[in-house]
Write a protein that binds this ligand. Structure first.
Ligand code: SF4
Length: 698
């Protein structure tokens, strides 16, 4: 067609990372289509991806120019960029001088592009000289990161989507990919349709859309995951379905693991988990007899005060059966956000260092410091997402810079977050939307360019790096985040932020990966444009679809580590006053706090209102009927929403989606008013999946 230009991009929602063709006509009107040649989605898009152009073209909620106030007593006023940068630099300098570098921090997002993430990390760790930078990926993937590092020696997803078409057994735990990773799930669906003997085990306290395809649904009690995976492990051992050769030659720790899992009889595990012995044995048989076993999981595991142990216990099922490092097999964490993995590559978390270098390792710290041209990098890990807001609340931290995320709705215990923002001396909110709730407490608002308005790269769940083209200019005075960071850094007097292009930033990041397990040193934008995408490591012009085929893991002795995992539950305690388990999650057509998907009528039609799912028996005990408005209480706060009575949820468990906030005087659905800020002691990931609660009629 004439006068239509096509641009290559990647969907900016979930970690599946579908390729998109963006078409722009002569009048600048945009449409999107799935990229037929992209290996991830082969032309398909889900409802969210299909409607991305509406989000971009509706600029009614966009932040258009910088705003700031001179003190808490003043109102926000429009200023030019130079005034904003001068003021931000003056305040940061003064706070760092008076209270030390650890009094400031950045809270960024798995939706940032890799180049933005890289600069935010360099700015904070290299130049503010604090490790207080964390990301909302802490809320989704940090337990999986710790699991991978401990067992495989590196934060790495060993397999590719392509392995789906070669597997004959899948286990999906704590995830609902039919709704939350739809295009990836379509691949499993299509594969199972062609190969009807393919088995699917789903582990979830709710009967979700994903269960419709399952051969076996294990409807466990929330919080009992580790006991269940250990019981499956025991049943595999008892059936003799272990891969002894793999265990002997390529792992450590099997004997301790065997002792641990054999301690609890299946009968006891069944009583704890609510899953029958036959179901446990059948799951073990499916896994034990598999030629190719893929183990997938997401937030149901990670977002837990036991997130690390759940990950370890799950990964062990691949290790004892040798289902890793071969075609159609391996553990596969499903990333929530589009660039959570890119963010980890550049070290954009409080506990990480750039290019997967180890923050605890003095040589690594010095290497990165030398690379950035600074004296040193602090050894002490920075404050993680929830810790940062607790520190702002207590006064230990004074300033926070929030980039592309909406913590007042998305962090647990939102009342504490709101109080923290009120108490902070200086809050910068850098966003595209004036609907971001944190803006209410901002001392400075910086308008950022959004998807298609800037270029950069992202990495999806299978280590696939893609380049996103700039298609249209940003509205008003909004700037790419990279430019915002560089101009601020220059006002601070920092060197090393005078890049000529976004590609220069990418080149610097890529160079730092040289010789590491994620080596992409030779990768350029030109290659990415030509190849469309590659999977890291990318060495000698070769993309890596699968890791560990040589059975050489990234641990010091090259063996995978089978680690025992405690079963203690550090979540909220159930009490007679708070006897129900509240678990939270997503729905199909909304994304995070709805600042983008909430603008699209078509997406609002799927499920238009917030709700609380409840089992009929629990509803009846409380005199509640389907559609009644209920008050939900936890130790943190209250919400009011209409209830959906359904047998799809386990008795004693209630579910509420996390997307909404205040709807009316009667309906208040900020789910994180209810959630606890309990965190996993190692991964520091918050526990969104287990809060003790009570429900009553409103
Ligand atoms: Fe976008 Fe994920 Fe849907 Fe693909 S599956 S179109 S990446 S939201």
């Amino acid at each position: 067609m004439k006068n239509i230009s096509t641009y290559k991009s990647t969907c900016s929602y979930c970690g599946v990372g579908c390729g998109i063709d963006v078409k722009k006509d002569a009048k600048g009107k945009l449409t999107v289509e799935g990229d037929i040649n992209y290996p991830v989605n082969k032309g398909k898009l889900c409802s969210k991806g299909m409607n991305l152009h509406y989000v971009v073209q509706d600029t009614t909620d966009r932040l258009l120019y910088p705003q700031m106030r001179w003190s808490k007593q003043h109102d926000l006023q429009r200023v030019d960029w130079d005034t904003a940068f001068t003021r931000a630099a003056a305040v940061f300098k003064s706070i760092i001088k008076k209270y030390g570098p650890d009094s400031v921090g950045m809270y960024v997002s798995g939706q940032c592009l890799t180049e933005e993430y890289y600069l935010a990390n360099k700015l904070t760790k290299g130049f503010f000289q604090t490790n207080n930078i964390d990301t909302n990926s802490r809320l989704c993937m940090s337990s999986a990161v710790v699991g991978y590092v401990k067992t495989l020696g590196e934060d790495t997803v060993p397999i590719s989507y392509e392995d789906i078409e070669h597997a004959d057994t899948f286990m999906i735990a704590g995830a609902n990919p039919a709704w939350c990773h739809p295009i990836l799930f379509r691949r499993i669906e299509a594969h199972k349709e062609k190969n009807p003997n393919t088995k699917l085990i789903v582990i979830d306290p709710r009967k979700t859309q994903t269960c419709a395809l399952a051969d076996l649904h294990l409807q466990l009690k929330p919080g009992t995951d580790v006991v269940l995976y250990q019981a499956i492990g025991r049943a595999i051992i008892e059936e003799g379905d272990l891969d002894w050769d793999f265990i002997k030659n390529h792992t450590d720790g099997f004997d301790e693991y065997r002792k641990e899992v054999m301690r609890r009889p299946l009968k006891e595990a069944s009583a704890i988990t609510g899953v029958t012995i036959d179901e446990i044995k059948l799951a073990a048989r499916y896994i034990g007899n598999a030629k190719g076993f893929i183990n997938m999981w997401a937030m149901g595991l990670n977002q837990s005060a036991q997130g690390t142990n759940k990950n370890l216990a799950l990964l062990n099922l691949n290790l004892i059966t040798g289902q890793i490092g071969k075609v159609g097999a391996g553990p596969f964490s499903l990333t929530g956000q589009p660039n959570a993995m890119g963010g980890r590559e550049v070290g954009g978390m409080a506990s990480l260092l750039a290019a997967h270098h180890d923050l605890k390792n003095p040589e690594h710290r010095q290497k990165v410091a030398d690379f950035w041209g600074v004296d040193h990098i602090q050894e002490k890990p920075g404050k993680t997402a929830t810790e940062m807001f607790e520190a702002l609340h207590s006064g230990e931290m004074k300033a926070v810079w929030i980039v592309c995320t909406n913590p007042m709705v998305s962090l647990p215990n939102s009342k504490l977050v709101e109080e923290a923002l009120k108490k902070a001396k200086f809050v910068i909110v850098q966003d595209i939307s004036n609907k971001a709730d944190s803006i209410e407490h901002a001392d400075m608002i910086l308008p950022a360019a959004g998807w298609l308005e800037k270029e950069g790269t992202m990495t999806n769940s299978e280590r696939r790096i893609s380049h996103l083209e700039r298609v249209i200019p940003a509205p008003g005075e909004a700037l790419p985040d990279t430019e915002i960071f560089c101009r601020f850094a220059q006002k601070m007097g920092y060197h090393g932020f005078d890049y000529q292009s976004t590609e220069d930033i990418f080149k610097e990041h890529a160079l730092l990966t040289k010789g590491t397990n994620i080596d992409i040193a030779e990768l350029t934008y030109d290659t990415l444009k030509k190849e469309r995408s590659v999977q890291w490591p990318y060495v000698n012009g070769k993309s890596t679809d699968r890791l560990f085929e040589d059975k050489q893991f990234f641990t010091p002795n090259k063996k995978a580590q089978i680690l025992t995992s405690g079963v203690e539950n550090n979540s909220d305690l159930l009490t007679p006053e708070m006897p129900l388990i509240l678990t939270t999650g997503r729905i199909r057509d909304q994304w995070h706090t709805r600042t983008r998907t909430g603008k699209v009528n078509k997406l609002n039609q799927h499920i238009s209102d917030p709700f609380l799912e409840m089992h009929p028996k629990d509803a009846e005990e409380r005199g509640l009927k389907d559609g009644d408005t209920a008050v939900i209480n936890t130790k943190r706060g209250e919400c009011r929403v209409n209830i959906t009575v359904t047998t799809d949820i386990k008795e004693g468990v209630i579910f509420m989606p996390m997307h909404w906030g205040k709807i009316s005087n009667d309906i208040f659905a900020r789910t994180n008013n209810l959630t606890a800020n309990a965190i996993d002691p190692i991964s520091k990931e918050p526990d969104f999946k287990f809060s003790s609660a009570q429900v009553a009629k409103y």
